[in-house]
Design a binder for this molecule. Structure first.
Ligand code: PLP
Length: 399
């Protein structure tokens, strides 16, 4: 049966403490017990439904986690204070001294820096590979490998991972496939394609208001319980805890995600087709010229489209900067990192969100410094936006 992630969110029913249509916000860091024995049992993990302390869990965080788990089709989920809080906790939960992981080389710069510079201090080594080449992924696996890490659609190059193929490899070698699905919520459902753990930065499309950072780990109950374990759980002990007030506000925004993603995707496809027809070097998974267009199509939940991210290469950084400044001046979007806002956001990843990746490695992965990454907004009149962007490009001889 077709997997319908937005229906799963819609089908949840919560009432507030006084019959409110939104769940009540748990405005407490700690919880009382009627008996000392129940407190002890809760510490031991044996008192289901009891709350202990909000770094462990809170009702508001559980509501949001439940909705995100429903969206991804996993048993449960744990929300975190940021996407990096989710990523670092999962990696440190699964890998320890002497372990190895295989990661896509085109990933968000912060994740890259964590794997390249931080985890080696703990004896965790990473091989960075071309994730679109399953043979090179497999050949990087060693006896110490514990996980394969990738983004469904990579930041910033928009490479698409073959999640079914990677899941088979992970299974064959007894590894966990961990997928960051930040760029393609609703469009791609990694768990349904065989991933073990799905991560999001909620900061982006899912919250959609650019007013907070947040993250989530979706997976099996056993793994999420392990993350929250009071003795050795990374989320419990490293403390990347989301505040309850934020969880409540993200839950409210999540309810419009399906409508927003459709509009992001529609606008982005329109612009990508126009830019490409104008002769600009345009990358968007929805274009048939994208090397993984068919792969994306074979994995997607069709009604949400190919997502809200596209890139255009304008040749060099100076040109990219000039163009972004002019587009901001004309109020076509903001020169800002991040994504998933109602307004278009653009940045040159080589000198911003991917600047943690050394220049020679950027070159090897095909990240040129004239690349502009666009997160296309919810513009009501995308035809007008295109005409205005085209004017900017013509003025600067980009077109
Ligand atoms: N994953 C991806 C694909 C991202 O683009 C980002 C941030 O840009 C992150 C993870 C990190 O998320 P956060 O900034 O919420 O920690």
């Amino acid at each position: 049966m077709e997997f319908k992630p937005a229906n799963n969110i819609q089908d949840l029913q919560y009432f507030g403490e006084f019959g409110g249509v939104n769940p009540s916000i748990s405005d407490s860091s700690t919880y009382t017990f009627l008996s000392a024995k129940t407190m002890f049992d809760t510490f031991e993990g044996n008192a289901d439904g009891c709350y202990l302390y909000s770094r462990h869990s809170s009702p508001s965080n559980l509501y949001l986690g439940q909705a995100l788990a429903a969206m991804e089709g996993t048993e449960t989920a744990n929300v975190t204070a940021s996407g990096m809080g989710a990523i670092s906790s999962v990696i440190l939960q699964l890998c320890g001294n002497g372990d190895h992981l295989v990661s896509s080389r085109t990933i968000y710069g912060g994740t890259y820096a964590f794997l390249k510079n931080f985890t080696p201090r703990m004896g965790i080594e990473t091989s960075f590979v071309d994730i679109t080449n399953l043979a090179s992924v497999e050949s990087a696996i060693t006896k110490d490998t514990k996980m394969i890490f990738c983004e469904s659609v990579s930041n910033p190059l928009l490479e698409v991972a073959d999640l079914r193929g990677l899941a088979l490899l992970a299974k064959k070698h007894n590894l966990k496939l961990v997928v960051d699905n930040t760029f393609s919520p609703l469009s791609i459902s990694p768990f349904m394609l065989g991933a073990d753990i799905v991560i999001h930065s909620l900061t982006k499309f899912i919250n959609g208001s650019s007013d907070t950072v947040g993250g989530v780990v979706c997976g099996e109950q056993k793994f999420i319980d392990a993350l929250r374990n009071v003795n050795d759980g990374a989320c419990m002990l490293l403390g990347p805890t989301m505040d309850s007030l934020r969880a409540a506000s993200i839950l409210k925004n999540l309810r419009t995600l399906h409508i927003r993603m459709q509009q992001h995707s529609k606008n982005t496809l329109y612009l990508a087709q126009k830019f490409e027809a104008d002769g600009l070097k345009t990358v968007y998974p929805g274009l048939s010229s994208h090397p993984s267009h068919r792969l994306f199509k074979s994995m997607m939940n069709e009604q949400y489209g190919y997502g809200g991210m596209l890139t255009v290469d304008v040749g060099n950084l100076d040109k990219a900067n000039e163009l972004m400044e002019l587009m901001q001046k004309r109020n076509l979007g903001y020169l800002a990192v991040s994504l998933g806002f109602y307004k278009t956001l653009f940045s040159a990843p080589g000198s911003s969100t991917s600047s943690e990746i050394p220049e020679d490695e950027q070159k090897a992965m095909g990240l040129s410094n004239g690349l502009i990454r666009f997160s296309i907004g919810l513009d009501a009149d995308i035809e007008r936006t295109y005409e205005m962007m085209k004017d900017c490009m013509k003025e600067l001889n980009v077109l």
